[in-house]
Write a protein that binds this ligand. Structure first.
Ligand code: FE2
Length: 282
């Protein structure tokens, strides 16, 4: 095998090792990487220094790409590469980036299958903050007592854009409030997602507003407790970015969040997304 993987922590994360960089851009490598992402949730390529063309090639080799929120940016790249940044020249609507300071999964309220994976290249890192933390909801689910797992499998959850903005709502300027908070987009998803291989993860994070048929206080207490459970050190991982690092994570089993960084930090990440193949509707 031209590329190899090393475990980072027992239950989450792998690092990729390669001899020849060209070996990463083959259908065989894409298949091996896809499997490893499904097995280990987060896969890290240290200092790979991808171009956008190379990132799109890996994205396409691993599955169909999907465009999520690129429409908010004054794009300076290919329209399929979203620039995650607080740089006001690129991003006139920073709320959606500020919302990523809290554990979430991408694309949960949209009318598409939840994206299979998110791919992120570090083009410029922040001097302070800006690390990304991942929490495996496979590991979290598998670590729960059987009785609790069974009870959770019965539940469905309403995911909404509005819920994901609640942590930052008091920081949104009045003139932007309705545009940001007023988005009426909701989607009902099962709390427990059974993947094609039979493995089960939980669909959680800031978009998860409430459990259907449960009171609001009880719902939110449960949803927050489950996120905290998945974020315990054995199930989670912090990646301290170096310029050129490339990370792929399985979006439906990895809660992720950025450690806060400054508007002036210049932090710039290039993101692509791989479409999901299952609608995962309740
Ligand atoms: Fe995200």
């Amino acid at each position: 095998m031209a590329i190899r993987f090393e475990d980072i922590k027992p239950k989450v994360g792998s690092r990729v090792v390669w001899d020849d960089r060209d070996d990463l851009f083959t259908p065989e490598a894409a298949e091996a990487i896809r499997k490893k992402v499904q097995e280990r949730t987060v896969v890290i390529f240290p200092r790979l220094n991808l171009t956008d063309e190379e990132q799109l090639l890996i994205t396409d080799l691993m599955g169909g790409k999907v465009k999520l929120t690129g429409q908010f940016n004054r794009q300076k790249t290919d329209e399929n590469v979203y620039q995650v940044t607080l740089d006001k020249d690129v991003n006139p609507q920073p709320e959606y980036v500020l919302g990523t300071y809290f554990y979430h999964m991408d694309g949960m309220p949209i009318e598409l299958p939840p994206p299979f994976a998110t791919l992120l290249s570090a083009r410029k890192v922040a001097q302070k903050g800006g690390q990304t933390e991942f929490a495996s909801t496979y590991a979290g689910f598998e670590g729960l007592p059987e009785e609790e797992r069974k009870a959770l499998e019965e539940l469905t959850v309403i995911h909404s854009v509005k819920a994901s903005m609640i942590p930052i709502q008091d920081a949104i300027p009045e003139e932007d409030y309705e545009r940001v908070i007023g988005i009426q987009r909701e989607r009902e998803r099962p709390l427990v997602f059974t993947h094609a291989d039979g493995r089960k993860s939980m669909l959680l994070g800031t978009t998860a507003d409430r459990v259907v048929g449960m009171s609001i206080p009880e719902s939110r207490a449960l949803l927050i407790r489950l996120v905290e459970w998945c974020a315990q050190p054995d199930y989670s991982l912090r990646h301290d970015w170096e310029e050129g690092d490339f990370v792929i994570w399985e979006n439906t089993s990895a809660l992720h969040r950025a450690i806060p960084y400054d508007f002036e930090s210049g932090r710039m990440m290039h993101r692509t997304s791989i479409a999901g193949t299952e609608m995962v509707d309740a």
